[in-house]
Design a protein. Structure first.
Length: 158
């Protein structure tokens, strides 16, 4: 587990550890999310008309089918701009992921060894406000879980 960032929140007199963790299991955006243009598998073939090179590794490449993405953007109404602008923005976003300019993270809130809450598949370049909001919600969830554990232990002692 690769920890990217750690913070401590204090709630109700308890310290809650908040960690941003690299989500190494999420996979590629085009495999796990809707709203992207077609991306090829790794291949050694030459680029077809209408394709852009998304990424390369030695002799292998992945291609983004820009022409098809424009058709999909028009059909599905991607974004506020024109379809070709939306397809280009999609290509640029996927290329940035391929170049490790952003990645997926999980946010984990932990109280001692007792309570934990987490959310995964968050884009690393999300706004600080959004990341703080998620951390706050997870801290509340971990506190709730801690209280449930305490209620169970009290009930068991009665």
């Amino acid at each position: 587990m690769i920890i990217i960032d750690t913070k401590i929140l204090t709630r109700d007199g308890l310290e809650i550890l908040i960690q941003h963790v690299h989500d190494e299991y999420h996979g590629a955006p085009w495999d796990n999310e809707d709203g992207h243009g077609p991306v090829s598998k790794w291949t050694n073939r030459d680029k077809h008309a209408g394709e852009l090179v998304l990424c390369s590794d030695r002799d292998s490449k992945r291609y983004y089918d820009y022409a098809e993405a424009v058709r999909i953007a028009k059909r599905d109404g991607w974004g506020p701009g024109k379809p070709h602008e939306a397809a280009r923005a999609d290509y640029d976003r996927l290329r940035a992921w391929c170049n490790d300019e952003w990645y997926y993270i999980g946010i984990v809130a932990t109280i001692g060894n007792v309570a934990r809450a987490s959310l995964w598949g968050i884009e690393s370049d999300s706004s600080d406000d959004y990341l703080a909001e998620v951390a706050d919600d997870l801290a509340s969830e971990a506190l709730y879980d801690l209280r449930q554990v305490a209620l169970i232990e009290v009930a068991a002692c009665e």
